[in-house]
Design a protein around this ligand. Structure first.
Ligand code: SME
Length: 142
């Protein structure tokens, strides 16, 4: 059993603790799906005010739903579509304060108000996956 309850007093310490816990939980495990599953669970347990946290994997040039926490979500997202697809196409972090103002936003959960999508790139520069965090609070992500 893993016990990674993170209850830091301030945000910086929380992110430090989360980073350490993530590094610890993936250490020595080469299976990407297993690592994404534990990472999604750890992020979900630690960060306040999320309604979805998880991964879309790059499978042959298309984003395919990976391990996540939250409500069931759309399964396939083409590069360039929605917030996740924008992150995949540009390899740039997408921080969206108001998802309803984002052209082509894909509403998997009507409760989502803001969103952060981080591309995960391998040593060869190719996209492996995107990490997608959704919040019911506008401008949740600073
Ligand atoms: N809203 C995302 C789709 C994924 S769900 O939020 C889980 C988007 O526009 O890419």
């Amino acid at each position: 059993m893993y016990e990674f309850k993170i209850e830091a007093a301030d945000t910086e310490t929380m992110y430090d603790d989360l980073t350490s816990a993530l590094a610890g939980i993936v250490a020595g495990e080469p299976d990407a799906i297993a690592n994404m599953a534990n990472a999604a669970a750890l992020i979900w347990e630690t960060l306040p005010d999320l309604n979805w946290a998880g991964f879309y994997r790059n499978v042959g040039g298309e984003l395919v739903l990976g391990p996540f926490q939250g409500r069931p979500a759309c399964i396939r997202i083409p590069f360039g579509q929605g917030v996740c697809g924008a992150a995949a196409a540009t390899l740039e972090v997408q921080r969206v304060h108001d998802v309803n103002a984002f052209p082509g936003h894909i509403a998997c959960d009507a409760a989502s108000a803001s969103e952060l999508v981080v591309p995960i790139v391998g040593a060869d520069g190719a996209l492996i996956a995107v990490l997608d965090l959704d919040s019911p609070t506008p401008a949740r992500f600073d």
